[in-house]
Ligand binder design. Structure first.
Ligand code: SF4
Length: 301
């Protein structure tokens, strides 16, 4: 039940505009029962990667396999509806406002061909009262709606859950609860979870491993405690310094005050070099090799 992403490239093409290489050679594995957090600033390619995993963005180069089978447009329907389920950023947009939530969850149950489970059982599993099944999405708060979206995803008995910024539209109080819920539900059922977020502190709470993405590439990956306590890539170090402290005085490092460069015209060499305080001559001309830390400072001797 492993999800394997290898040297993935996803390009966006529109007439008269430069090709945007939103994912530019990313490799990542998510094993059964494992939670991998994928972090990075907006525009770094996280969501494009997630959509490619679900077959919603075509793969330009490289491969994505799930349970050993390539994720291709041909395999899209079966895989999207059953094996891999995605929870999106905006729970209101992903639910049909005119249908009762119980009916929407029942759609997933029919997909899984499991007539024994009641939609209300799934609502209970995500911490909501059974009687909510008869209500419509507008009757709920953002956090409750995201729980409903998770219940609907679980109805298809997924073996891999993808959360694409599933907490970023929620109140601070609901964020950790929903993230922890997704982790518990995935791990309890033996499914993997790829949890995409720009919030490193929440990812730290739930992920077994953290992958850090910058401008289409994964620049650091490792066990959560290792990355958190000893970040090695200068970009990871900058992201961690940007996390608000308990006194509310988060310090935004100088290198992160600018925007992520345009993926249609990425910098030569290391993509982070225009923002990196440690940039050397080699960084401006040669891209670091992919690996646990893609940085010339950490090349094996
Ligand atoms: Fe900085 Fe060079 Fe490492 Fe890139 S390769 S992060 S520019 S030190």
């Amino acid at each position: 039940m492993t999800l394997e992403i290898k040297d993935l490239v996803v390009e966006h093409r529109s007439p008269g505009r430069p090709v945007v290489r939103a994912v530019a050679g990313a490799s990542l594995t998510v094993r059964p029962g494992e939670v991998v957090g994928l972090v990075g600033e907006s525009g770094c390619g996280k969501s494009t990667l997630a959509r490619a995993v679900c077959g919603l963005n075509p793969v330009t180069e490289g491969s994505i396999t799930f349970e050993g089978v390539p994720v291709t447009p041909l395999g899209l329907r079966r895989r999207t509806l059953t094996g891999v389920q995605m929870v999106f950023q905006d729970p209101y947009a992903s639910l049909n406002p005119r249908r009762r939530v119980g009916d929407q969850i029942a759609d997933g149950l029919r997909t899984a061909r499991d007539g024994e489970t009641d939609p209300a059982d799934l609502l209970e599993r995500v911490g909501l009262p059974r009687e909510f099944a008869g209500r419509h999405p507008h009757e709920f708060s953002g956090g409750q709606r995201q729980r409903i979206a998770i219940a609907r995803a679980l109805a298809a008995r997924p073996r891999m859950l993808i959360g694409d910024e599933p907490i970023s539209a929620l109140d601070a109080s609901a964020q950790a609860q929903v993230a922890t819920l997704m982790r518990d539900l995935a791990v309890d059922s033996g499914a993997g979870l790829l949890f995409i977020s720009h919030d490193l502190s929440v990812v730290r709470l739930i992920a077994d491993r953290i992958a850090v993405m910058y401008l289409g590439r994964i620049v650091e990956i490792g066990d959560t405690a290792e990355v958190w306590d000893n970040p090695r890539h200068p970009y990871t170090q900058a992201l961690l310094r940007a996390i608000p402290k308990p006194d509310g005085m988060g310090v935004l490092p100088e290198e992160l005050t600018g925007d992520v460069p345009d993926p249609a015209a990425p910098p030569e060499g290391c993509r982070f070099h225009p923002r990196c305080p440690f940039a050397m001559d080699v960084c401006r001309v040669k891209e670091p090799e992919p690996g646990p830390v893609a940085c010339w400072l950490h090349e094996p001797a």
